[in-house]
Design a protein around this ligand. Structure first.
Ligand code: ASP
Length: 436
């Protein structure tokens, strides 16, 4: 009892236990309760109708955060780049980010279509309803729709692509103004920048708060799915994780291995030099958190000069997320199959474009990619509405998000390090003695 009062009353144990353990517990208990209930159809229905509320709370909390996260973190991220730095090095860096994102998306799609996770799963929503595709517009229209005619309307209705477009534009304008020779303008721009940076920070705090509810939300969402599906849901879940990890491995070898070799750099030596931050990212699930290690390893082990590292790596940790792009492709295809609404060619193209943008908008913190998956799904008409089959399947992947987040964070950081080495090599500034 004495211990309990020291740690904040009856719920002390909850907050004392690591979030990772609690989510895992939510997942396992949810699956166990759901499977047990699936043997009693009457009980399962009663549970589903009552438990729905607690699952919906979680879905709504997540949805609440998506727009502010994307909006404020993109403005701050873009505005942090000084225009004078975006010269040749910047150009090369972005070319590398774009090329590797394209490779990541292609590999993600290829493995997803090859392995076809979720096919034949037939998840139903809380009301017993199967998925219903909200009609996505044709691809050409999607491209046009990226440009908002009224950004405030897009913000209000949560249209994520136009929001990203607008936030990038605001960020670029802001970045120029912060460097203005006119002191008043520069001061005003910095006030706005500070406001956005603080807002982004506040929203990240909120993400942390929402995640405290995640174990409960995951429990109810998973239990609901398993109560309906029985134990059949376990197999597909393991299968989607396998598909994703195969995608990551292919990207590591073909994407980074290929590019490094193309630039005359030894892939094995690269892995040896990058292994510390790679492991750290895997364990912490945060590219931003790993940044200090990434900078050090690039400098000390791979011979990247500080001038290049300190510019390329922080941007990379914010915008370069190939692991997240692969995750979005694999999981979206999985959810399409599992809800009986497999994606068609046009949707896959839209998804690919969204995955690249979503990866840019993903913050380098644990779980951020899972929020981006919501917006990627919505861009192809798979709406994560409370009680829907899509929300139920989304909850399934969310249940194993920790496992997936480890892989994608590791890949995100690896991509940053490969990028900085390649850019430094192409600028003839890499200390090649470290690669001997
Ligand atoms: N946790 C990832 C990272 O920090 C982002 C994500 O959730 O996809 O790189």
């Amino acid at each position: 009892m004495a211990r309990e009062s020291r740690t904040g009353g009856p719920l002390g144990w909850y907050f004392r236990t690591s979030l990772f353990t609690r989510i895992l517990l939510g997942l396992v208990l949810g699956a166990a309760v759901g499977i047990a209930l699936s043997h009693f159809p009457g009980g399962a229905e009663a549970f589903v109708s009552r438990g729905q509320f607690f699952g919906d709370v979680f879905i709504r909390l997540l949805r609440m955060i998506v727009v502010p996260v994307v909006f404020f973190s993109l403005i701050t991220g873009t505005a942090s780049i000084t225009p004078s730095l975006i010269g040749r090095t910047g150009g090369k860096t972005f070319l590398y980010y774009f090329a590797t994102s394209a490779i990541a998306v292609a590999i993600g799609l290829a493995v997803a279509l090859l392995f076809r996770p979720g096919e034949g799963m037939d998840v139903v929503g809380v009301a017993g309803a199967k998925g219903e595709l909200a009609q996505p517009p044709p691809f050409g229209q999607v491209v046009l729709n990226v440009i908002p005619t009224n950004p405030f309307e897009s913000l209000a209705s949560g249209d994520i692509l136009p929001i990203i477009f607008f936030a990038l534009a605001v960020g670029i304008g802001l970045s120029a103004l912060r460097d203005s020779k006119n002191e008043t303008l520069a001061r005003q721009a910095n006030v706005f920048y500070d406001f956005c940076a603080a807002a982004a920070e506040i929203v990240y705090r909120m993400v942390g708060g929402v995640m405290q509810y995640a174990p409960i939300g995951v429990f109810f969402l998973i239990a609901t799915v398993f109560a309906r599906q029985g134990s059949q849901a376990i197999g597909p879940l393991a299968y989607v994780a396998l598909t994703f990890y195969v995608g990551l491995l292919l990207h590591l070898v073909i994407g980074y291995g290929g590019l490094l070799t193309l630039f005359g750099l030894n892939f094995v030596k690269f892995l040896r030099g990058a292994r510390e931050p790679m492991v750290a990212a895997f364990v912490t699930r945060s590219s931003s958190g790993t940044l200090p290690l990434t900078v050090r390893a690039s400098e000390e082990r791979l011979g990247v000069p500080r001038t290049i590292g300190s510019f390329v790596l922080p941007i990379g940790a914010t915008v370069n997320m190939d692991g997240t792009a692969i995750y979005i492709m694999v999981c979206a295809v999985f959810i399409g199959f599992a809800t009986g609404m497999p994606l068609d060619g046009g949707q896959m193209l839209t998804l690919a474009a969204t995955a690249v943008l979503a990866a840019i908008g993903t913050a380098g913190v644990p779980g951020a990619g899972a929020l981006m998956l919501i917006m990627a799904l919505e861009s192809v008409g798979l709406k994560v509405a409370a009680g829907s089959a899509v929300a139920a399947t989304y909850a399934l992947v969310l249940g194993i998000d920790t496992l997936l987040d480890m892989g994608r964070s590791c890949m995100n950081v690896t991509g940053d390090i490969a990028g900085v080495a390649i850019v430094a090599k192409s600028e003839k500034m890499l200390d090649l003695s470290k690669w001997k």
